[in-house]
Design a protein around this ligand. Structure first.
Ligand SMILES: Cc1cc2nc3c(=O)[nH]c(=O)nc-3n(C[C@H](O)[C@H](O)[C@H](O)COP(=O)(O)OP(=O)(O)OC[C@H]3O[C@@H](n4cnc5c(N)ncnc54)[C@H](O)[C@@H]3O)c2cc1C
Length: 411
């Protein structure tokens, strides 16, 4: 029987070790500090705590699970990473502690694929060692982020440099980042339009790279910055992946990066569902516990069914990536399903908690606000649905079946 839903012993061992680390080391460290990202003093304490946790993660053999051994990582594949990421999502700092946090994790993957030897030495290695931080700058306020062929930030060649002008926003982690992977248009007339853009590695801070503000989101300021780019000079040697390769690079980056988000979200879905059940089994109204009422049981069963599907989809999409198989449609379906399950499950958990769910006495408020952006960042629901349908139609027209967009599952 070839289908086996257990991990090999060595992966299971790391998964359980990571669970113990997140439960026994990370959660108690988080409980000791007051998290208020608007307060500079609190931010300094957060950074100090994460740095201390990073040393402990190294002692526990959990540093950098997603990168190959030669870069100091554990060399684990996407399925094993899915398990560890889901464990880390039960904490706030877990992913940072093991150096597997967005956007650095996606940037590391991108550089692993596209960086030259020199770029690896200069940028990828320090990122892997936790000596640098990075951001990824693509979205612009003036044009739809869903369609990168519209990018207006313009790079023009000038001798050995490129001169870049433009405007970006929602650039996560920009404040404090040592490098940015910046996507700019190098040829507005390129045909196909997907060849218009190029990725540049920008050392920050830099003259011409101005952080205008930390955009205040529904959930407050979380270092998602607006950047004004004025006559920024970047050496030609800092092009990542070749001129006109920005779109391809985005695609390579976004597949696994989207899945990495899903891996963390399944951990959050499970946390919300456990909270929902815990509350329902303790709250009494109208002659019985909430957990004995059908209206509440349906919320629990719907959430559990959706979580089950989410876990299978994440693992299967990770399996496709790990085995070098086509994964784009499956990752799109997975991203759409998991983001919407997160949103619905956290919303149901808030409902079952009543006023307590609406308060800031539980993590649900933050979880709900994060769940909202999950449905449009890294590809809006509608864009994923458009791609899923287009790919399904093409597969059907080509072969008269849907096997190619269902991971060639043998059922
Ligand atoms: C918390 C957070 C962090 C982020 N971090 C980063 C980052 O680090 N770097 C970065 O570059 N960007 C980042 N982003 C931006 C994110 O990638 C964009 O929000 C996303 O790509 C959507 O682009 P947009 O916001 O311009 O929305 P738009 O492209 O304007 O889309 C708005 C809405 O239009 C609809 N829509 C769009 N296209 C279609 C279509 N074809 N069919 C039907 N409906 C459609 C959808 O409902 C969509 O939600 C972040 C965003 C958030 C919220």
């Amino acid at each position: 029987m070839a289908i086996d839903f257990t991990f090999p012993p060595e992966v299971e061992e790391v998964r359980l070790r990571s669970r113990r680390f997140f439960e026994d080391v990370v959660l108690p460290a988080e409980a000791e500090i007051e998290i208020d990202r608007t307060d500079p003093e609190s931010r300094r304490t957060i950074v100090k705590t994460i740095l201390a946790l990073r040393e402990k993660a190294k002692e526990h053999g959990l540093w950098l699970p997603q990168m190959p051994n030669e870069l100091g990582g554990l060399g684990l594949g996407p399925t094993a990473i899915a398990a560890i990421s889901a464990e880390s999502a039960r904490t706030s700092f877990g992913a940072f502690a093991i150096n597997c946090q967005a956007p650095d994790e996606g940037n590391m993957h991108t550089m692993l694929h596209f960086a030259t030897e020199e770029q690896r030495e200069k940028y990828l290695k320090p990122l892997c060692e936790g000596r640098m931080r990075s951001c990824f700058a693509m979205t612009e306020p003036e044009v739809a982020g869903s369609d990168p062929t519209l990018i207006q930030t313009r790079a023009v060649r000038d001798g050995d440099d490129w001169v870049i002008n433009g405007h970006k926003w929602f650039i996560s982690g920009a404040r404090g980042a040592n490098i940015a992977i910046l996507i700019a248009c190098t040829d507005p007339d390129a045909d196909p339009p997907q060849a218009r853009n190029t990725a540049f590695i920008v050392e920050t801070p830099a003259e011409g790279w101005e952080i205008v503000r930390d955009v205040q989101t529904m959930a407050g300021g979380h270092n998602h910055c607006e950047i004004r780019i004025s006559d920024l000079r970047v050496p030609h040697a800092n092009i990542l992946g070749g001129v006109g390769q920005g779109h391809r690079l985005g695609q390579v980056r976004l597949g696994p990066a989207r899945l990495a988000h899903c891996m963390r979200w399944i951990g959050q879905i499970e946390t919300a569902l456990c909270m929902m059940i815990d509350r329902a089994t303790k709250r009494y109204a109208h002659g019985s516990l909430l957990s004995e009422k059908q209206g509440i049981q349906w919320k629990i069963s719907e959430s559990l069914m959706e979580l089950y599907a989410a876990k299978l989809m994440v693992l299967h999409a990770a399996y496709l990536i790990e085995n070098g198989r086509e994964f784009r449609t499956e990752v799109s379906m997975c991203k759409h399903h998991v983001a919407n399950t997160l949103w619905k499950t956290v919303d149901r958990a808030v409902q079952v908690h009543g006023a307590l769910g609406y308060s800031r006495d539980t993590p649900l408020a933050n979880m709900l606000l994060s769940a909202r952006w999950s449905r449009f960042a890294d590809g809006a629901d509608e864009v994923h649905m458009m791609r899923i349908a287009t790919n399904a139609i093409a597969a059907y027209e080509e072969s008269g079946s849907l096997g190619a967009v269902l991971g060639d599952l043998p059922v």
